[in-house]
Design a binder for this molecule. Sequence first.
Ligand SMILES: Nc1nc2c(ncn2[C@@H]2O[C@H](COP(=O)(O)OP(=O)(O)O)[C@@H](O)[C@H]2O)c(=O)[nH]1
Ligand SMILES: [Mg+2]
Length: 463
Amino acid sequence: MIMEDTIAAIATPLGAGGVGIIRVSGPKAGDIARRLFKPSRGELCFKSHHLYHGHILAPATGAVLDEVLVAFMKKPHSYTGDDTLEINCHGGLLILENVLGEVVKAGARIAMPGEFTKRAFLNNRMDLSQAEAVADIITAKTEEGLFMALSQMKGALRDQMESFQGILIDILALLEVSIDFSEEETDAQPPAHVLAEIEKIIARLTSLLATYDQGRLYRQGVHCVITGKPNVGKSSLLNRLLGEKRAIVTPIPGTTRDFIEEAVNINGVPIKLIDTAGIREPENVIEETGIGMVWDKLATADVVIIILDGSRPLTPEDDRILAGNKNRKSLVVINKADLPQKIGTDDLKSLLPDINIPPLNISAKYGDGIPELKDRIYGLVMNHQDADERRTGVMLANIRHKTAIEQACGHLERAKENILGKKSPEFAAFDVREALTSLGAIVGKTTPEDVLDRIFSTFCIGK
Ligand SMILES: Nc1nc2c(ncn2[C@@H]2O[C@H](COP(=O)(O)OP(=O)(O)O)[C@@H](O)[C@H]2O)c(=O)[nH]1
Ligand SMILES: [Mg+2]
């Protein structure tokens, strides 16, 4: 596909840095380079994929804007598949803006977020799942998340989809043969093994779907909200898990008012810890609003850590907090294990009648029980699989992919019903074609324009 206009953007993060890169892509890229760049030695002869030293000059005044290294990548061997110019400037915002300004005057326009990658996709340099992986690589928070994104960028998900599509096309061929046949013999049915083939592929799609829960956690992370009544040690626990004094800890109840959110990495899973205000009978409107916000936050949590203060008897507030989180994935911990304990086993039994793992005793202040708590958090969010096992197969991590596969399964279930109901094979063939369309959306073959726009608009500028 030939792109009409030439796009340009600063591709490096804004701010001071060693180098700042301006990326230009489109038919005018070479022309812009010839207009603005003056090589330090000899005549300008841009060999593709070579680095040239020289200066960027403003053509109108001849003023030197920066000393640079430039590279020209001739199409189709560039990231976007179009002619691409990369100008390595000194990494100052003003320099980059000045050079970008001249690039625009010379005929480029400022790129939209993700537009370089969108062009790469439109030029068939990569499929949509690979383009999405580019964004995931940039935002990956842990090694596991990065590994997943890298394998998707290398085409693992696309290869998987292609193999499924190949199977569906074979099934479709069998169905179409029986359609032709049915014109002569009215109630012709597809061969018996078609049904088995459909069942087999549904099973494979279903097991791929089962990887989503974990894949999503690696990609997006887990929201873990710490709750409990005032003064039980929520902020102390946040600090302890982080390994730094982030939240203010005092003996005065009601110290924490706003949410404090910090990321930690527990065995490769990015976890966002959220410290909250203590829940109790509010004493004023401000506190009431604050506590309402804590309940809202709890409602969005993937995991909740409920803290009890082991050095004091249980209170109705503890009861209310436990009851209010009954349906959430939660861990109960008894803090202040270093002090004489006031919560008896019987108190716990009446409070937590159906809990199967006993609450964990910890000391946020001194660190007792923290490694075990991390293991429990990890165990709660992940199924027990070791990392090597996870690394062997493709994992779904993106809701768009998951939805597409669910739709494909739905169509295939219908195909199955139509075959079992001895309907004309045309019905099943229609369903299988729909399933192919659903799978095609993952790699971008059948993805509507507005969905593409939405996907690329979440990228950063210059990517
Ligand atoms: N002895 C002891 N004191 C603790 C422990 N954890 C927290 N505290 C103390 O309990 C008080 C309240 O702690 P804080 O973390 O602010 O509780 P929050 O209100 O739940 O956030 C502070 O004086 C802490 O030093 C612990 O494990 N042992
Ligand atoms: Mg606090």
